[in-house]
Design a protein around this ligand. Structure first.
Ligand SMILES: [Fe+2]
Length: 240
């Protein structure tokens, strides 16, 4: 099986379309969405429609649930909060219901997906370090956990000890466990502005992080035109 996984689209239609275009060149059996379809970008409804068209397993991100008032915005910074409130007003009922109905965790036979962490996923904690990763490793019942949320692709590995590394390709080894952050489609924060997505091939036991260029200027223009905080446009240019 070849899975295409993507996360943190954040209403960036240009980035998402570029990712879907790149995926059309691949032989993909199944698409998987790790949440935060909306928030920050100017096309939340269009991005939800595209996800729905893929008919893929989709889990909730904090912005998805915040947009439909299913989680608290207390810890959101002012720009994120403003964007969530703007997003809420853009979404038709059907799309609000779609976000409301998203689950937090989904377990497949050979991997698990969650937006944030396995321990209390509704608290939206980040996995930045090995100590952050430990509880999720303990709760992981199969070899791989794919996560999003930080917008920075990174691999945590349990191999008797623990290590983490930044790599575009991971050759999965039997007997090891992995937590893999698949980066962000619509708001990368690793100083590479290109949209990010992930391929997982269960036959070759390989995970690949892929980047694709998109029309950043157009996504920025729409954010400014929508009167969203301009900083949300500027950060796309530098990928931070
Ligand atoms: Fe996000």
């Amino acid at each position: 099986m070849r899975f295409a996984l993507f996360a943190d689209i954040h209403g960036n239609l240009e980035a998402f379309q570029a990712v879907l275009g790149a995926l059309r060149e691949e032989r993909i059996d199944s698409y998987i969405c790790l949440g935060d379809i909306v928030g920050y970008g100017a096309n939340p409804g269009e991005c939800i429609e595209l996800v729905k068209d893929l008919d893929c397993v989709t889990i909730a991100g904090n912005h998805d649930w915040a947009a439909v008032d299913r989680t608290s915005m207390d810890y959101f910074n002012p720009y994120a909060r403003e964007a969530v409130l703007w997003t809420r007003n853009q979404l038709r009922q059907e799309n609000q219901d779609f976000l409301k109905g998203l689950e937090l965790i989904h377990r497949f036979d050979c991997f698990t997906i969650v937006h944030a962490t396995l321990k209390a996923p509704e608290k939206w904690k980040y996995i930045f370090s090995i100590s952050d990763a430990l509880q999720s490793f303990q709760l992981l019942s199969n070899p791989i956990l794919f996560v999003g949320h930080s917008h920075v692709p990174v691999v945590f590995e349990e191999n008797g000890g623990y290590r983490y590394y930044f790599s575009q390709e991971v050759d999965l080894e039997e007997g090891r466990k992995y937590i893999i952050n698949i980066g962000s489609v619509g708001q990368p924060r690793d100083r590479d502005p290109r949209a990010t997505f992930c391929l997982y091939d269960t036959e070759s036991h390989q995970v690949k992080i892929r980047r694709v260029e998109y029309n950043v200027e157009e996504a920025m223009r729409k954010i400014v035109e929508a009167n969203l905080p301009p900083v949300l446009a500027w950060r796309l240019k530098d990928g931070e």
